[in-house]
Write a protein that binds this ligand. Sequence first.
Ligand code: ADP
Ligand code: MG
Length: 457
Amino acid sequence: MIESNKLWEQTLEEFKKDANSSDTVELLSEINKVYKFENNVIYMIVPNALTKFRIEKFYNNKLNEIVQKLTNRSVKFKFILEEEVKEEETPPLLIKDQINKRPLRAEYTFANFETGESNRFAFISAMKVAETPETLYNPLYIFGDVGLGKTHLMMAIGNYILDNNPNKNIVYTSAQEFTEEYFLATSTKKGRDNIEKFYEKYRSADVLLVDDIQFLEGKQGTQEEFFKVFEYLHGLNKQIVITSDRSSNELKNMMLRLKSRFNWGLSVDIKHPDKKLRLNILRRKLSFLIENPKSVPEEVLEIIADNFTSNIRDLEGALRRYVTYCVSLNIPFTVENVYTALDRLIPEKEQDQNKDKELTQKKNFDKVKKEVAKYFQLSVSDLESNSRKQQVAYARQMAIYIIKKVYNPVLKAIGDSFGGRDHATISHSIDRIESMMSKNSMVKTDFEILTKNIKEN
Ligand code: ADP
Ligand code: MG
């Protein structure tokens, strides 16, 4: 299974290299379950009939071509629906097990994880756990708000260990899934068989990954069961990794015994990403989404990063939506389009915050304009006008340059405040002053006096 999984991943990688639509890539990325490998045919499970139809009609040949090149054999992919799997005659229990085994998401790797202040310690700890065969920190407990990369890091540990040792039995589950499995095992007639299988599944783990442990809050029976599993594996020195949306001390209605176990190992948290990290994540994501990431202006990424600050899933979602919007309407990747594409996604609270930000920004810009106008004995409206008189143009460019240096806003904001000048004009003004300053010390003096006045007022 692991081999077939790898083949599928490699085939996808190759396919992505000359795929021309991010939709296709996305469609195929959703497929990650191998049903079986038989007579040189790899059977992949697809979520629905439409997907099956699209793949068979448009991509199956290409995918076969790639996998044949990769393996030098006449391997083929076949795509089947889960219902069809159930209809096959092979013993149903066995198949069901394989299907239910939730694979780790292939793209959740350390390599695909951007680090910044907010997650560096969690990242390093996860790496350490993955790299070290002895259980240094057991359990590793990762906590933080939703959408900040807990599941990603946890699966990265699993992927890393599997890459280096494919024989390791990595068991991934969520606390919810664990609860459901336990319930099924104990509430059906065939309970005894099922409970044996339940124990077998968890006790055979070399590494146990349990996502969203907070789901066990208040569920005493399941907590007991989990406690047993935990004790068993911990006693055998098997690595356990747990994620949660809160620290173990903040878990309510959770057995003390269990909470204290969570404190045995290492507890690390992931905080909200700063802007630099948000931008890095957007850049990386963009390079997966489109072939020429440079075609999206930096300012667009800035706007998205400024508006989606607290959840990386939402941040990525906004970027994806923008890209899909422009690609499907066949319109250019412009700043204007980011506002149209994301209009309803930008939460109201953030819109309000943006209004506040705009107000402060306006005040700052006005201050610069006033100081610059006074210094050159002009009026503020001269600066905002279209006048091309040398003195006026120079003062205007200086004001623009100072705003950029002192407050570093997005260029569109500067343009708007200078009578709707466009991005290129603003950028040109900045470059011009920059180059004049390097040649002419008077320009430098103007700049220094002005910034001093502005900072003091
Ligand atoms: P959580 O489990 O904390 O709710 P996830 O692990 O599901 O969050 O992350 C949400 C999304 O954000 C995923 O697509 C994940 O790949 C992405 N993500 C989170 N943190 C990072 C990061 N540091 N670098 C790249 N992608 C990230
Ligand atoms: Mg998660």
